[in-house]
Design a protein around this ligand. Structure first.
Ligand code: AMP
Length: 474
């Protein structure tokens, strides 16, 4: 992926072209196999190259800091699950299950699916590992790759990363607020300005009453609905609320609103969540049309949106979302009344937004010591000395494949390394090594056994000198 502009995947064949192997005649007259073209990546899949790693590292750091602070334990999920897990958990009539799953039957005849999302697996794991016997709520987090056979476009891939949070075993609204706050802070720590769109879908009972009214309203306006929306009206009427079909904006504006149908329990819960968000100064907006695509949500639902989306990333301004799913664990055979709330943030989307906001962290390596070697004996000894620097926690760099000193020092210069150590034939014989101050060019010959300690001393001295200089300038 190029490092400056956000990627728009070019259309590729779904399956790579077969490798050509045409025999040709070589100089000797013998047939030579023609160089075969390597099959390209599949559509919607991509490599993440080293020049993009700094932002992934930063995301990792923020995830770790947040989950540690709020007491979430990491879970690593299997990539494959039984298809039935998603059909039952996510819902058969959802877009994800109906159209987007990578499903196949293995050699043993088992129907399996590459995970399209994390919550169903988390609910399964909670039950399978008897986590209801642990102090509740059980708080889990994950960072995993998910797979959906969607139409690839900017910010939409067929394999993508999500950072997920799940808090299971309590229906306290403070936990909804905690998960929302963590999502917002994650984006904020990545340098993004986001607003959380929130809504409440109520309990299944209040939702049923609302959906009945909604169906009545849209049936009366059936002629104005597109073909897709007419299908939604039959299969999943709530999805009409997030329809982007032409003319729906006006139709939705007059539709009955969920908030008017909430039962007391859901209303109280929602008010509490909003109070906590106010108190924690999490920017949010009430969005009565937010329904989320999956069946398992109850009460709170939310989506994390860029506050001021611009350009390309604006089309995909939802960075993540989640909500409460009080019915899922019981649906899977877990203890009745086991409530839960969770969220997932899309890391590719966040990366796109960070790039568009010009907040990409610097990916340049900041080594402190550069290791130079001259001659075979020095290279052999060098491997061990190099390890000593690494073990001491000093960030060290090398160009072992270069044998010329000038070429090695050029690399050191490029990396702006403050100190180089140089090991030549003579030094190997003497048991010494040279420490070179890269700024002044001053060199000293030291005992090789003491090089790590001395180099780290010189680095400290350089730091002190730099600080003194800065203080004087100020
Ligand atoms: P969802 O639960 O489907 O709303 O997904 C949560 C978040 O994951 C979305 O807001 C996106 O940021 C991200 N996401 C979902 N699908 C994709 C995809 N196909 N490619 C990249 N990111 C995705």
């Amino acid at each position: 992926m190029p490092s400056k502009t956000a990627p728009v995947p070019v259309p590729k064949p779904e399956v790579a072209k077969p490798v050509e192997k045409v025999a040709e005649s070589g100089a000797s007259g013998k047939p030579v196999a023609k160089k075969s073209k390597v099959p390209e990546t599949l559509r919607g899949f991509r490599d993440i190259l080293p020049d993009e790693q700094a932002v992934w590292d930063k995301m990792d750091e923020v995830m770790r800091s947040l989950t540690r602070a709020y007491g979430f334990g990491r879970i690593r999920l299997p990539a494959l699950e039984q298809t039935a897990l998603f059909e039952r958990g996510v819902g058969k009539d959802t877009d994800v299950v109906e159209k987007e799953m990578f499903t196949f039957t293995d050699q043993g005849g088992v129907r399996m699916t590459l995970r399209p999302e994390g919550t169903a697996s988390i609910a399964r794991a909670y039950i399978e590992h008897g986590m209801l016997n642990q102090p509740q709520p059980v708080k889990l987090w994950y960072v995993e790759q998910f797979f959906r056979h969607e139409r690839p476009q900017a910010g939409r891939y067929r394999q993508f990363w999500q950072f997920g949070l799940e808090s299971i075993g309590s229906d306290d609204p403070v936990l909804d607020a905690q998960v929302i706050l963590m999502c917002e802070r994650f984006c904020k720590d990545m340098g993004l300005d986001v607003t959380v769109h929130v809504n409440s879908l109520g309990t299944p009972v209040s939702r049923r009453a609302y959906v009945a009214e909604l169906v009545k309203y849209f049936k009366a306006n059936k002629k104005k609905l597109s073909e897709t929306d007419q299908k939604r009206l039959v299969k999943n009427p709530l999805r009409l609320l997030d329809s982007k079909e032409p003319g729906m904006e006006e139709l939705k504006a007059d539709a009955p609103q969920m908030i008017d149908y909430l039962d007391d329990e859901s209303k109280q819960h929602f008010m509490k969540v909003l109070e906590y968000l106010d108190e924690a100064e999490v920017p949010y907006a009430l969005n009565p049309y937010l329904v989320r695509g999956l069946d398992y949500y109850t009460k709170t639902v939310f989506e994390v949106m860029l506050t001021n989306p611009t350009g390309e990333e604006g089309a995909q301004s939802a960075l993540g979302g989640g909500g409460r799913y009080d019915g899922l664990i019981p649906l899977f055979g877990g203890r009745e009344g086991t409530s839960a709330v969770g969220a997932a943030l899309g890391l590719e989307r966040i990366l796109m937004a960070v790039r568009a906001a010009g907040k990409m962290p610097d990916s340049k390596r900041r080594a402190q010591v550069f290791f130079c070697q001259l001659g075979e004996a020095a290279r052999r000894k060098g491997l061990k000395i190099y390890e000593k620097f690494r073990e001491a926690g000093i960030d060290v760099a090398e160009a072992f494949s270069k044998s010329n000193l000038k070429a090695q020092l050029e690399v050191a210069d490029k990396l702006k390394v403050p100190i180089a150590v140089i090991l030549g034939q003579k030094e190997v014989l003497d048991g010494t090594i040279i420490i070179r101050d890269m700024e002044s060019g001053a060199q000293e010959i030291v005992d090789v056994e003491k090089v790590v300690a001395l180099a780290s001393k010189r680095l400290q001295e350089q730091n002190v000198r730099r600080e003194e200089k800065a203080a004087k300038m100020a």
